[in-house]
Design a protein around this ligand. Structure first.
Ligand code: SF4
Ligand code: SF4
Length: 164
């Protein structure tokens, strides 16, 4: 996995234009069964990919914390939401709450998430490859192909499996 993670930014850069073109075409004319196909591709990929050997998302990019996330996680730590914010979060240029720093402070040395059961919604859904209307997040997907080997593989497989 370490080798793949080292190569991934360059691989994603090399494929950026073809991925971008493909995703743009997909957005223009999405197949009727796209949600179903994405679910299948996502499940197939994550049967092969062991996130515990990777954790690159937790190490290199943090999630957004919604108000519901903050309340839930603060409760888990028996903290007031504002105290949790002061301790762990900052506000980004879009006015969203994000981690003060990466790697995520809740990531263990064994790659386990110490707040797994109450983790942010964005962490639960990452890399969003099984979401409905996948073409609505094309820019995010392009970014994720350089961070997440599963997202990269899924886009590569989509290009073979879906005629656009
Ligand atoms: S979601 Fe992607 S980047 Fe995150 S741990 Fe799994 S394979 Fe790695
Ligand atoms: S909260 Fe957990 S899943 Fe989310 S980035 Fe941190 S360690 Fe990873």
């Amino acid at each position: 996995m370490d080798d793949i993670l080292k190569q991934l930014p360059q691989l994603a850069k090399d494929k950026h234009n073809s991925h971008k073109k493909f995703l743009a075409k997909l957005k223009k004319k999405p197949p009727k069964n796209l949600d179903y196909v994405m679910q299948e591709l996502h499940e197939e990929e994550f049967e092969k990919t062991d996130c515990l050997k990777c954790a690159n998302c937790c190490k290199t990019t943090g999630p957004l914390f919604t108000n519901a996330d903050i309340e839930r996680i603060a409760k888990h730590f028996k903290l007031k939401p504002q105290k949790f914010i002061d301790q762990y979060l900052k506000v980004d240029e879009d006015n969203d709450h994000i981690l003060k720093e990466v790697p995520c402070i809740f990531l263990g040395a064994d790659n386990y998430c110490s707040i797994y059961d109450v983790r942010p919604k964005a962490c639960r859904e990452y890399p969003h490859t099984d979401r409905k209307k996948f073409y609505q997040i094309n820019n995010l997907t392009l970014k994720n192909t350089s961070i997440c080997p599963a997202a990269y593989n899924i886009v590569e497989t989509m290009m073979k499996a879906i005629k656009v």
